[in-house]
Structures are given as C-alpha cells and as structure tokens.
Ligand binder design. Structure first.
Ligand SMILES: [Zn+2]
Length: 326
C-alpha cells in the first residue's frame, strides 16, 4: 500500500479516469488521463515556489476546473524527494515543499485522494508502463540532464527505498581520478558535488559535466551541444572530451546495472535527445556489465515530453487500487 495515500475519506473514481500534475522547477503542468496509456496536458501555470498556500490554491483551482465534483483522484510528480513513510517533501527547486507532507496537504486542500512521488520516479513509472520499459519486469530509468538521477520499477511498480532515495546512481564518490585518452592517462579531480560529497558522477555526468571536462582537458569554454557535434564531426578535442566522458560515466553505471539487474534502461533528461551519445554510452556500458545483451540496453525514454504527467497518472491509478485492496 502506498504510504502517501491520503485517508480514504474521499470518493474514489470508478471509471479509471484520473487527474495528474507535474510540479517542476518553473511550471505546474496539469493534465487528465481518461484511461491507462493516455494523458492530455490541459494547462500550464507558473509554480509558486516559496508560498505553500499559493501553491495549494493553484492546485485546487486547476483540479476543480476539470472535476468540480471532486471525485477524481490526483497523481502528482514533483521536483525533489518524497519520503516514502511520511510523504514529506525535500525540494531545492521548490522550497515550500520541503518539510511538507505533500499528498496529505494537497488532498486536504483539493478535497480528493492525492498520491505523490518525485519526478524521476514518475518518469520511471511512465517508461515501465507506457514507454520503452513496457513488458520488462525490471526497469532502471536513468536521467542525464543538467545532472544525474534515476528510478527503479519492478513489475510496473516503483521501488521506494529508504528516504525516497532509489536509483540515485549519480551520487557517492564514484569517479575514477584518471582516464585514458589517446594512450595517455589524464588526471580528473574529484569535483565537489551539491550533495556534500566529492567525486560524484553528477559532477561530470550531465551537460554541465561535459563542459567541465572539456574545460579541464583543453582550457576551452564550449557548450555541451557543440562538443557533442564536434565529436560526431571528428574534431580531435571534442573526441577526447567525449571519450573521457564515456569512460567516467560507463564505469559507475555498469556497477549500478549489475546491482539492479534491469533488462532495459530508458534514458531521460536533456542529453537523451543526443542519440549518438546515448548509443555510444550504451556500447561502453555493455562491454562492462556481467550480463551480455546483443541489443541496446540504454535507449532514449519514449515519454521524455509527458513522463511527469503520465507517471503521475499511473501513480494515481495504482494508489486507488491499493486503497481499495487495503
Ligand atoms: Zn553528489
């Protein structure tokens, strides 16, 4: 049973339709899902970040506009962590969610059943049920964007670890301090990370990380986009940077994959649209893991655009089923 479920005081929809919201760093996307596998974004409003009451009021208005009868449950994807036992949020991007039992509080405010999980977990749910992971029993969804994140789904359900921390392969002192480029060993310092440690994959694994490595090896400021383009066009400096990147990221990712045991790894986040980079990372990872796959293991996530809303809808349906089964 999902601990984030609000009390079952409110009527639960019987036709399977649910409301869904994706509370991101800039916008609340609000949507409606008539049936599994379908989701429609209805509205997008700026997210009030510092005032919980404003955020709650925005959620109430959005929900009541679609469902004045308050019968439909609401699933929420949110930036930041959601503690599984208490449902309390921890969000750097949306400070007013920190310390707040998100589902409970929004349930009280909107008068409906509410279920909440973090955005990486919601993308994982979307991929496992209606994306690249459909039909796979163990799905390890990874996010390579400005930073690194991830989530794990087993049989279509999210695995909720202690403190809401699951699939977070981007943190912990995991980086090699040297990489081999063109037959030479290059030193890579353990950069300090926002999580308080140093040497995290998060410090070099995302778009900013590629730029940081390029600066380190070549003393040049260049956008990740241009470095990736240069690599594909045969530019020597860009090639060195991406070769180093692939070694540094593939090593810890291989350990994570051996540990989790997925048969598919959908990739979300900004860099997932760099197809050649994901294909190269897939090749590098597959030579490092114990299980042999004769097909790509890392694939671009299918639900990159609507994963938050789709995952929130899956979360709401599963939450309703759990409340009924309890
Ligand atoms: Zn870290």
């Amino acid at each position: 049973m999902m601990p984030q479920a609000s009390s079952a005081d409110f009527g639960l929809a019987s036709d399977g339709a649910v409301l869904c919201a994706d509370i991101g760093g800039s916008f609340i996307k609000f949507g409606f899902s008539q049936e599994p596998g379908k989701v429609e974004e209805l509205e997008r409003v700026p997210v009030p970040k510092s005032d919980w009451r404003e955020l709650a009021s925005a959620m109430r208005q959005l929900a009541n506009k679609v469902d004045a009868g308050r019968t439909l449950p609401l699933g929420i994807s949110t930036a930041g962590l959601v503690e599984p036992k208490t449902g309390v949020g921890l969000s750097a991007n949306i400070p007013c969610l920190t310390g707040l039992p998100i589902a409970q509080a929004i349930s009280r405010e909107t008068g409906r059943s509410v279920f909440a999980a973090n955005d990486a977990d919601c993308l994982t749910l979307a991929e496992a049920n209606d994306g690249a992971g459909r039909g796979h029993s163990v799905v390890f969804c990874i996010i390579i964007g400005t930073g690194i994140g991830g989530g794990i789904a087993v049989n279509g359900r999210i695995l909720r670890g202690a403190g809401g921390v699951t699939g977070e392969w981007g943190h912990g002192p995991a980086l090699n301090t040297s990489v081999e480029i063109g037959g030479k060993l290059q030193h890579v310092p353990r950069f300090s990370c926002g999580c308080g440690q140093s040497g995290c994959v998060d410090t070099i694994g995302g778009a900013r990380g590629i730029e940081k490595l390029h600066q380190l090896f070549h003393g040049e400021e260049c956008s990740s986009h241009r470095i990736i383009e240069g690599w594909q066009a045969g530019d020597a400096k860009s090639r060195e940077t991406i070769e180093a990147y692939l070694q540094l990221v593939a090593d810890p990712l291989a350990v994570a994959i051996n540990t989790v045991g997925p048969s598919i790894v959908p990739v979300g986040g900004g860099l997932a649209s760099a197809d050649a980079l994901i294909a190269a990372l897939d090749e590098a990872v597959r030579t490092r893991i114990l299980n042999r796959f004769e097909r790509p293991l890392l694939v671009p996530a299918v639900r990159r655009e609507d994963g938050g809303l789709m995952g929130a809808a899956v979360l709401a349906r599963q939450g309703v089923a759990d409340v009924r089964a309890a």
